[in-house]
Ligand binder design. Structure first.
Ligand code: GDP
Ligand code: MG
Length: 597
């Protein structure tokens, strides 16, 4: 296809505003798939997922559109990952596009993700085509939605705004016409050395790592010697092709084309979105800027329930193959036995993996309280320990000082809940660095300790904003912090898996709350057991977990009760070693720690 006849674009929208439905209509109206196939296709993908335990995450597809002017255009619809945790990935998919359809549901109007995604698109200098969807719905408020869209940006103030029903197909033809009129053709140079952007990747158990690429300059021929610039690795060039929507091999990809390359790489972590693919012998002068290696921010232990250790290991192994940010190492806890220390991009990522383990593998896992990475500077030596497991946190006597990670976050929210959102950020030690308006929405920028957003922050934000505020996070840097390790002892014996790290100033209040919760979540025994929170060797909070009721009724005689209890307690002290494994730790116990963070 001639370069000037190619259009590369994405659809950006708030969740449920109709992105997938519009994508299906576009594929149908360009005869990429038949109406029957559009259903069958989705089904197939799911079966593939089930069969291989993989996610068919991208629906990037090449379409040929026969326009009203008689010209045939190549429309590459580039899918973007949907989740806020993956801002960087979203941004790279957008960088592979020249235009974006901004889709807004007329029954809901502009929402926080509309704003957040629009900003990413504008940062990538995309031409925006605004489209109002669901005009068939009785609850549609089309004019109001149009005003909200116009208020989003000066450029949209004048733009033609299309009105469609992705469901019935009404107005979709006009949008297809607008795509070649409004969006620019790719602007790269055919004669220049090969330069392609890796904007997504995929792991196939037979073929290894497959990269999704957009050719920006030059040509990519099958078998040509190529390399990844940021990773500095030569890769094989075994197969290249396009999405129709299934993978279809070709001999050549040229400027503006969007397609894939089978890299021959077996390790999914060796390829990163954002890298530059170029000719090994005649490389392009400059790689794409802003390449970021995977940076897991949150760690937690996964432990099998129901003795399903081997099943869990297999499932984790499979999931991690397709997700370079989800990695794991084996770990052992005295309290929980054998498990895995896993890394995540953030807490939502952790939740997604947990759900997938449950839905796709039927596995329930015990998740320990998540934590971030600390840089622990040791006394006397110049050694810096990177600690992402509280169990491994060095003893306080050895520590010179500790650094914790900070993030820059951006919250998009509506005005009505602004006060509550700011209170939330305050309570989590956020420092407001910038604040601005976007239509009727407010955008807040904070610098905040990553640990503060690693746990419950997102849920709290969603709950305050009735689900609508968005959170974008980005690692900033490390900063010295006065943090301490809290150990939890039950019946005088430290339960290693319950250890966690907090700011010293928060420790007293948090541990008071924690022991109160433990009173209800630790299973009772025949005798009373103390639960203590210990910081730097000192118990700073304590509660007694009452004994099982039935035991309290021995003969109804008070003295004998206490005698019996005292006896039981003495026995238990002698048996402390054995007692360790006796305390059944349920998810509730770990959630107690989450609840108070
Ligand atoms: P996505 O999350 O943006 O991909 O949204 P979907 O395409 O999955 O659509 C979300 C829901 O809205 C689905 O139940 C669709 O059937 C429905 N939907 C999408 N477009 C329209 C439309 O034009 N009219 C109506 N009434 N419903 C629609
Ligand atoms: Mg969808």
């Amino acid at each position: 296809m001639k370069q000037n006849l190619i259009r590369n674009f994405a659809i950006i929208a708030h969740i449920d505003h109709g992105k997938s439905t519009l994508a299906d209509r576009i594929m149908e109206q360009t005869q990429t798939i038949s109406a029957r196939e559009s259903k069958a296709q989705l089904l197939d993908d799911m079966q593939v997922e089930q069969a291989h335990g993989i996610t068919v995450k991208s629906r990037t597809v090449r379409n040929f559109y026969q326009a009203d002017n008689g010209v045939e255009y190549e429309y590459n619809l580039i899918d973007t990952p949907g989740h806020v945790d993956f801002t960087y990935e979203v941004s790279k998919s957008l960088a592979a596009s020249d235009g974006a359809i901004l889709l807004v549901d007329a029954t809901q109007g502009v929402q926080a993700q509309t704003v957040a995604n629009l900003r990413l698109a504008q940062e990538n200098h995309l031409t925006i085509l605004p489209v109002i969807n669901k005009i068939d719905n009785a609850a549609a408020e089309v004019d109001k939605t149009e005003r909200e869209i116009r208020a989003l940006s000066p450029k949209l103030y004048e733009a033609k705004i299309y009105r469609i029903s992705a469901k019935t197909g009404k107005g979709v033809h006009e949008v297809l016409e607008a795509i070649h009129q409004v969006f620019p053709a790719p602007s790269g140079q055919t004669q220049a050395p090969l330069k392609a952007l890796v904007f997504d990747s995929f792991y196939d158990s037979f073929k290894g790592v497959i990269a999704y690429i957009r050719i920006v300059n030059g040509n990519l021929k099958l078998g040509q010697q190529v390399k990844l610039m940021a990773a500095n690795t030569a890769i094989q060039n075994k197969e290249i092709g396009v999405f129709t929507p299934s993978r279809t091999a070709t001999d050549e990809l040229t400027v503006g084309d969007v397609g894939y390359i089978i890299t021959g790489l077996k390790d999914p972590t060796s390829l990163r979105v954002g890298d530059t693919l170029t000719d090994a012998n005649q490389p392009t002068a400059e790689a794409f800027p802003g390449y970021k290696p995977a940076q897991p921010m949150v760690y937690a232990g996964f432990y099998p329930k129901d003795d399903a250790y081997r099943d869990l290991e297999l499932a984790i192994e499979k999931l991690s193959l397709n997700d370079s940010s989800f990695q794991y190492v084996r770990e052992t806890s005295e309290a929980l036995g054998q498990g895995f220390r896993c890394s995540f991009l953030g807490i939502f990522h952790l939740q997604i993996i947990r759900e997938r383990l449950k839905d796709e593998y039927g596995l329930n896992v015990l998740t320990t309280a998540p934590n971030v990475t600390y840089r622990v500077h040791l006394k006397d030596t110049n050694e810096v320990q990177i600690v992402n497991n509280p169990i491994a946190f060095p003893g306080f006597a050895k520590i010179d000082y500790v650094e914790e990670p900070f993030s820059n976050i951006r919250i998009t929210t509506d005005n009505a809940v602004l006060g509550d959102v700011m209170k939330l950020a305050d309570a989590h030690k956020g420092q407001l660095t910038d604040m601005g308006n976007q239509a009727e929405l407010i955008v807040l920028h904070y610098r905040i300790p990553t640990a503060e957003i690693a746990y419950d922050f997102f849920n709290a934000l969603k709950s305050i904003s009735h689900g609508y505020a968005t959170l974008e996070t980005e690692f900033a840097d490390y900063e010295p912090a006065d943090v301490v390790k809290v150990e939890v002892a039950i019946n005088y014996s430290v339960v290693d898996a319950l250890s966690f790290i907090v700011h010293r100033e928060d420790a007293p209040a948090m541990t008071q709350q924690l022991v109160k919760k433990l009173k209800h979540t630790i299973p009772r025994h025949l005798y009373p057991m103390p639960a203590q929170a210990i910081v730097e060797g000192k118990s700073i909070a304590r509660v007694d977990i009452p004994p099982l009721r039935k035991n309290a009724a021995v003969n109804g005689e008070k003295r004998s009760i206490s005698k019996k209890q005292a006896l039981l307690r003495r026995q238990s002290m002698n048996k402390r070693q054995a007692e360790k494994s006796n305390i059944k730790l349920s998810q509730d116990v770990f959630d107690s720690i989450l609840d108070i963070s």
